[in-house]
Design a binder for this molecule. Structure first.
Ligand code: ADE
Ligand code: ZN
Length: 346
């Protein structure tokens, strides 16, 4: 089903909520809600520099990516035990399942934790156990993507990869995140080449705040299969053509872009333009606890602001399954469920 019947504007939000979808860009540390930050701090006997949940939430007023990252890394410091990592991941998976996310590929930032003395084993075992339980209990499939922090060195990234190797089979791929400008993809070309040899899938944040040149080098030097964000590609017509021709998925995060001032308002977000140019864009939540919304909030608010329609909804959900690292049989099953959902909206 490639063209869908029109859906009346009053039924569109319901369609967006109930349609099955995959989330391909979620930082698990960015799903830590203030309530859970306080609960984990208490459990671990840690003091926080905020009096309560409300004052912490009030600090979530960001001007750019770095202003967010400072508070995000501080929030993640309450994660100490395997159970902490489990509880965080379980809470996200329950919330995602409510939004009819049926498959998710979860980023995690091990260097944020290993630098504080938390072992790679603690991090990965907690995340993985939550994914296994969620598949059995919630019917949502989840895979893990280890992200290297690009503000740190190549050497630190190689050391992190080494530490993760005993759990290689619990990881579907690697990514690249943290402060983009001044940390171009080429800094990690050799690490990504090694990950490629190991058979890991490759993705990278590029063109969130950084220039189109970073998207070109993520593709040509890192050889990534998806670009995380990628919204700055609209500044480079040749890049748009390349992304469309090669069906490189962009994992776009509208509410994140709004909160980090990448676009002045959602009505000016370029998602419809990217889709209409034939790019394989998807919708994702990035750091939902910090940016004011999970998957369905991203869909409903962006559609309301930009006037996208049911055809766009179909394309976004279909792209999310096509671009996922699930195996071919699972992807076919996901697309069948999507088709069945749209049939009920005839
Ligand atoms: N880490 C968590 N969220 C991020 C984002 N939006 N960009 C880069 N690194 C991140
Ligand atoms: Zn991100």
């Amino acid at each position: 089903m490639n063209s869908v019947r029109p859906v009346s504007p009053d039924r569109l939000p319901e369609l967006l909520r109930v349609m099955p979808k995959a989330e391909l860009h979620i930082h698990i540390e960015g799903s830590l809600e203030p309530e859970l930050i306080f609960a984990l701090a208490k459990r671990n006997g840690m003091a926080l520099p905020y009096a309560n949940v409300e004052t912490l939430r009030e600090a979530y007023a960001f001007t750019n990516l770095q202003s967010f990252l400072d508070i995000y890394y501080a929030g993640a410091s309450v994660l100490i035990t395997e159970q902490d990592f489990y509880d965080m991941t379980r809470a996200y998976l329950e919330r995602a399942a409510q939004d009819n996310v049926i498959h998710t590929e979860i980023f995690f930032d091990p260097q944020t934790h290993t630098a504080r003395g938390v072992s790679m084993e603690t991090v990965i075992k907690g995340l993985h156990r939550a994914c296994v339980d969620a598949q059995a209990e919630l019917g949502i499939s989840a895979a893990l993507i280890l992200c290297f922090l690009r503000h740190l060195s190549e050497e630190d990234a190689f050391g992190t990869l080494e530490q993760a190797l005993p759990w290689r089979d619990l990881i579907v791929g690697v990514g690249l995140d943290s402060g983009e400008v001044g940390n171009p993809p080429e800094k990690f070309a050799r690490v990504f080449a090694r990950c490629r040899e190991l058979g890991l899938h490759l993705v990278a944040h590029a063109g969130e705040e950084g220039p189109p040149a970073y998207i070109w080098t993520a593709l040509d030097l890192l050889k990534v299969e998806r670009i995380d964000h990628g919204v700055q590609s609209a500044k480079d017509p040749a890049l748009m053509q390349r992304l469309a021709k090669d069906r490189i998925a962009l994992t776009v995060c509208p509410l994140s872009n709004l909160k980090l001032c990448v676009f002045p308002d959602l009505a000016q977000h370029n998602l419809p333009r990217l889709l209409d140019a034939g790019l394989a864009a998807t919708v994702n939540s990035d750091d939902p606890a910090y940016f004011g919304g999970y998957m369905n909030d991203n869909f409903t608010q962006t559609f309301a602001a930009t006037g996208m329609d049911a055809q766009h909804a179909w394309t976004l959900a279909r792209n999310s399954f096509d671009a996922s690292f699930a195996d071919a049989a699972a992807r076919r099953g996901h697309i069948e469920r999507l088709t069945a959902c749209f049939e009920t909206f005839r």
